[in-house]
Design a binder for this molecule. Structure first.
Ligand SMILES: NC(=O)c1ccc[n+]([C@@H]2O[C@H](COP(=O)([O-])OP(=O)(O)OC[C@H]3O[C@@H](n4cnc5c(N)ncnc54)[C@H](O)[C@@H]3O)[C@@H](O)[C@H]2O)c1
Length: 371
């Protein structure tokens, strides 16, 4: 069985997807073969150059042509947020499987429409929540399920970067709701939510506050200043359906932070801590044995933590960001081959994104929101 890939976009995520679709079969072995059928970007000469670099058979500057191509079975969408809905809806209408970068859409209503359309069409979908494919994350999940830290009672999560910290940075589409949707919540916060839900289960309710730190920014052409319409920072207190509590904080204006995506899960018997910038390890504390000898243990990931062993037979040699995309793609190809759901599909992605929109709504209305 050979599956044709159509990739839209060749930026940060476009390249990550291209590499992952090329690598997945070589890493995992038991996947359907992928034919790199068509690549789309604008202008056309960029599409051609990137198609040659990534090894695609064809290229176009018209994404609709890619979607309609008989050679394309999967449409991979790595364009800016404002284009996801239209591209995904067209791909679903053409009966294609869809790999969409996060966030799915600018608004929850649009994400709902995409989820319903995919479900009704019976196509497979996956959203680019790559961090939950980390073997260290899967191990944290297994430890919690096995009761290693007792009953999980409190999730603490932070996701910070500093790409919007500089007040003199020029205004871009990222600051405009009609083009970017949410701010740090849509860009960073949704990843943290995917981890919180993955470990603690569904969110029942939350109360939140958000902040625009830099109210306006200079226009790149020097003609004046434009308003920042979406949040630079957000904080939320969550109640999970299990009764456990959560605290989330995110900022795109946190000087010095490059990809701080950290969580702790506190349990009645111990705690697990993880930091994305040290993505190959977990910290585990268990309250057992002689208290004088207690302390946090560092667990380095290795072949005992699937699917690490598919990449490397030796522990502690470390996986990287791109490997998480390869695991994501392998899960998607498996779902297509077996006819099951990939994780997180549009239904799971919608549940993550309902939380970021609830945080935004709670802050705006100054009210607790029930999901
Ligand atoms: N999963 C993750 O960890 C992660 C990380 C970064 C970005 N993202 C998401 O990926 C998406 C893209 O972000 P990026 O950082 O790769 O952006 P980028 O600007 O690096 O790349 C976007 C690409 O889309 C292309 N493009 C724009 N309009 C197009 C059109 N009409 N037709 C064809 N191609 C078009 C651009 O030319 C560019 O190649 C965003 O939704 C973002 O939120 C996810």
């Amino acid at each position: 069985m050979s599956i044709g890939l159509g990739l839209i976009g060749t930026g940060f995520m476009g390249k990550a997807h291209a590499l992952a679709y090329r690598a997945a079969g070589a890493v995992f072995g038991d996947l359907p073969e992928v034919h790199l059928a068509c690549l789309c970007d604008t202008p056309r000469d960029r599409a051609e150059a990137m198609a040659r670099q990534f090894g695609f058979a064809g290229w176009t500057e018209d994404w609709r042509e890619l979607v309609e191509s008989a050679d394309v079975d999967i449409v991979s969408i790595t364009t800016p947020n404002a284009l996801h809905r239209e591209m995904a809806m067209a791909a679903i209408a053409a009966g294609k499987h869809v790999h969409c970068e996060k966030p799915m859409a600018l608004s929850l209503a649009d994400a709902r429409e995409m989820e319903a359309a995919a479900r009704e069409a019976g196509v497979r979908t996956i959203v680019g929540y790559n961090y939950i494919h980390n073997p260290a994350f899967a191990h944290a999940s297994r430890l919690i399920e096995a009761g290693a830290i007792g009953r999980p009672v409190h999730f603490r999560g932070v996701v910070d970067e500093d790409y919007q910290a500089d007040p003199d940075l020029a205004w871009t589409w990222r600051a405009k709701r009609s083009e970017a949707g949410l701010g740090t919540l849509g860009d960073l916060g949704c990843h943290l939510v995917s981890m919180a839900i993955g470990l603690m289960g569904p969110v029942e309710s939350l109360v939140a506050d958000t902040q625009i730190i830099h109210a306006d920014r200079p226009l790149a052409d020097g003609s004046g200043r434009a308003k920042v319409e979406n949040e630079d920072a957000a904080s939320a207190i969550l109640r999970f359906r299990t009764g456990a509590q959560g605290v989330l904080a995110t900022s795109r204006s946190a000087w010095g932070r490059k990809n701080k995506l950290d969580f702790e899960v506190h349990g009645t018997k111990g705690m697990i801590a993880f930091a994305q910038e040290r993505m190959n390890e977990l910290q585990l504390f268990v309250n057992e044995g002689d208290q004088a000898r207690q302390g946090f243990r560092t667990i380095l990931t290795g072949p005992q933590h699937p699917p690490y062993g598919a990449f490397c037979p030796a522990p502690g040699h470390q996986l990287g960001f791109g490997d998480l995309k390869t695991i994501e793609v392998a899960g998607f190809l498996n779902a297509i081959a077996c006819g099951g759901a990939a994780y997180p599909d549009f239904t799971a992605g919608l549940a993550f994104e309902a939380v970021i929109h609830a945080i935004d709504a709670s802050a705006r209305d100054e009210q607790r929101v029930h999901l």
